[in-house]
Unconditional design. Structure first.
Length: 183
């Protein structure tokens, strides 16, 4: 088979374009996947009435407590982010949903209520990995939900056998205008 000069030029241009295309696609793919996946901070969602609130950690570390945010150079844990307001009206329920980053491991939920007898803290048992993603919480006239805290244990065991917390996510759920009575 004999090709004319024009045909040879056309085939050469097509081949060069194909090679350039393959190089561009391969380079783009490499640049997109070259970094290790970054760990996203855990979060909570609180659905109250028609509102959806996203609650980010006040502070968090990786499971080995090596990489913490805010980092010590940013002031460390004493300078944790402020607790966001997510008011839950008395007589309403809220759905607390934890992100998969939380639910894939064990986690703990602490609740603070105002009752006729004063403040009451409820510490729920440790939720096992992959067991619970969503919980319904109620705020009732005799038991007003003031706040909640989700704690994530680390993978570090201290000499005394305790396991330090690696993250704290909290929400101030006091109803609008709610005031504690002086006792």
């Amino acid at each position: 088979m004999y090709l004319h000069n024009g045909e040879k030029k056309a085939l050469t241009i097509i081949a060069v374009v194909a090679v350039v295309f393959v190089v561009v696609v391969a380079s783009t793919t490499f640049l997109l996947v070259r970094d290790e996946p970054r760990e996203h901070p855990p979060y909570l969602h609180l659905a109250v009435g028609g509102e959806l609130y996203k609650v980010e950690p006040r502070w968090y570390c990786d499971v080995l407590l090596r990489d913490c945010h805010p980092s010590p150079s940013e002031g460390g844990i004493p300078n944790a982010r402020q607790t966001p307001r997510t008011p839950i009206p008395v007589g309403e329920s809220t759905m607390l949903t934890v992100s998969s980053d939380i639910a894939e491991g064990p986690w703990k939920l602490n609740l603070l209520y105002s009752t006729p007898r004063g403040l009451t803290e409820v510490q729920r048992p440790l939720y096992k990995a992959d067991s619970t993603y969503t919980i319904v919480l109620k705020s009732e006239p005799g038991r007003v939900l003031l706040g909640l805290t989700v704690l994530l244990p680390s993978a570090v065991e201290l000499p005394d056998g305790s396991v330090p917390v690696r993250a704290e996510l909290a929400a101030d759920t006091r109803p609008e205008g709610f005031r504690l009575l002086d006792r």
